[in-house]
Write a protein that binds this ligand. Structure first.
Ligand SMILES: Nc1ncnc2c1ncn2[C@@H]1O[C@H](COP(=O)(O)OP(=O)(O)O)[C@@H](O)[C@H]1O
Ligand SMILES: [Mg+2]
Length: 378
């Protein structure tokens, strides 16, 4: 198929900030944007779109309307019902990445099976659909383990750590008897991620290795390049490329990794840009959203290689005593402000982020943290 030129329209499934930043890039390149939100109105992405369709992901009138308005469909969120892909297939509208990749990413059991089939190493794990299976999994793996709801997890939601076999029953209750994946706790040295883009023609690229710090299971700070040796960086990128190839990716895929004393393990995948890649917007000639746009339209990929950069997430918690003083960021020449246009600031809600680009990973990390701390002056 020939590439989709500027002037054609990108369909984005999901209305969040990842869709918003894709929409910004799509606009820059002269594409139209239509967003399918699944219900919400005035979403971060929808506010920048030609049209925001607020129907449910299973509402066939809304799905038909969406599919008929766009030339290609992509995802900014994977935890959605997938009927849209069937409607798109019937209409001959390409879906990139494929619904099969989204299906694997939204179910931790399918995800682990797909990764294992791809020859990629993951933590020791067992599926469990009943309390008996959960107890048996805990027994087989040995504590500590983490039980994770199989479907639709994000930001640590639907996860319970089990430190002794006696805690399995309580975990089963906490997780509402949902089917789970049980994993051994990994004693990692650091968390890494690699964001891969793959074009329609099979060209593949990445942004190097990101190093990620989580607070309460939510990504707090990313620095690139990661503080790892060349061998580890090479291994991390190789695992991410192998995953993308095994899944026959077209689009962008984030591969979250654990760097352990005995090698790299894959934690999970997200078949879309990722908050650990936000610093690529300023740090690379072609950031992750631009790579996503290029990949899904069949255009050539850009140069994703990054200067040293760090990203600090701005969560709703910063708004507790009123809006932060953003003038303090704008006074800093090396720090970029991104706000996602979300009306209500709730604790844990991703409201925006800051990126600092410089010459040295240690320095940019310190800077972005200091500027975030100064935002509230608290
Ligand atoms: N098996 C594990 N061992 C150690 N830490 C883990 C494990 N699984 C998850 N975590 C921690 O919890 C965080 C969130 O888990 P993850 O599986 O990535 O779920 P989410 O979909 O919520 O991002 C990880 O980034 C990591 O810090
Ligand atoms: Mg994760």
């Amino acid at each position: 198929m020939s590439p989709l030129p500027p002037g054609t329209t990108i369909g984005i499934v999901g209305g969040g900030q990842l869709g918003r930043m894709l929409a910004q890039t799509a606009r820059q390149h002269g594409y139209g944007v239509v967003v399918l939100t699944g219900g919400a109105k005035d979403t971060p992405a929808g506010l920048l779109a030609d049209e925001e369709i607020t129907g449910d992901f299973t509402d066939s009138a809304a799905l038909n309307h969406f599919v008929n308005r766009v030339d290609v469909i992509t995802w900014e969120f994977e935890n959605v019902e997938l009927q849209v892909a069937d409607v798109a297939a019937a209409a001959g509208v390409p879906v990139r990445p494929s619904a099969a990749i989204i299906a694997a990413a939204q179910d931790r059991q399918l995800e682990k099976e797909a990764l294992t089939a791809a020859g990629v190493r993951v933590a020791a794990w067992r599926p469990a659909a009943t309390l008996g299976e959960l107890r048996a999994a805990v027994e087989a793996l040995g504590t500590p383990v983490i039980a994770k709801a199989a479907r639709f997890g994000y930001d640590g939601k639907g996860q319970v750590r089990i430190d002794t076999p006696a805690e399995a029953d309580a975990a089963w209750e906490t997780l509402d008897h949902q089917r789970v994946v049980v994993e051994s706790v990994v004693h990692f040295e650091r968390e890494l991620s690699v964001i891969v883009a793959r074009g329609v023609d099979g060209t593949i690229g990445d942004h190097g290795v990101m190093e990620n710090d989580h607070v309460d299971h939510i990504l707090d700070l990313t620095v690139t390049p990661a503080d790892v040796n060349d061998e580890t960086a090479k291994a991390a990128r190789a695992v991410a490329h192998a995953t993308a190839l095994a899944l026959d990716l077209v689009g962008v895929l984030c591969v979250e990794l654990f760097d352990t004393p005995d090698g790299i393990l894959v934690n999970e995948i997200a078949p879309r840009p990722h908050n650990s890649g936000h610093c690529t917007i300023e740090a690379a000639a072609a950031g992750q959203f631009e790579q996503q746009l290029r990949a899904i339209t069949g255009m050539p990929l850009g140069d994703g290689s990054c200067r040293p950069a760090a990203m600090a997430q701005l969560l709703g918690d910063l708004w507790t005593d009123g809006a932060p003083d953003f003038g303090r960021v704008l006074a800093e020449p090396d720090v970029h402000l991104h706000l996602y246009g979300k009306g209500e600031a709730r604790p844990g809600r991703k409201m925006g982020h800051l990126t600092c680009v410089g010459d040295d990973r240690t320095q940019v990390r310190q800077r972005v943290g200091d500027v975030r701390a100064a935002l509230t002056g608290r």
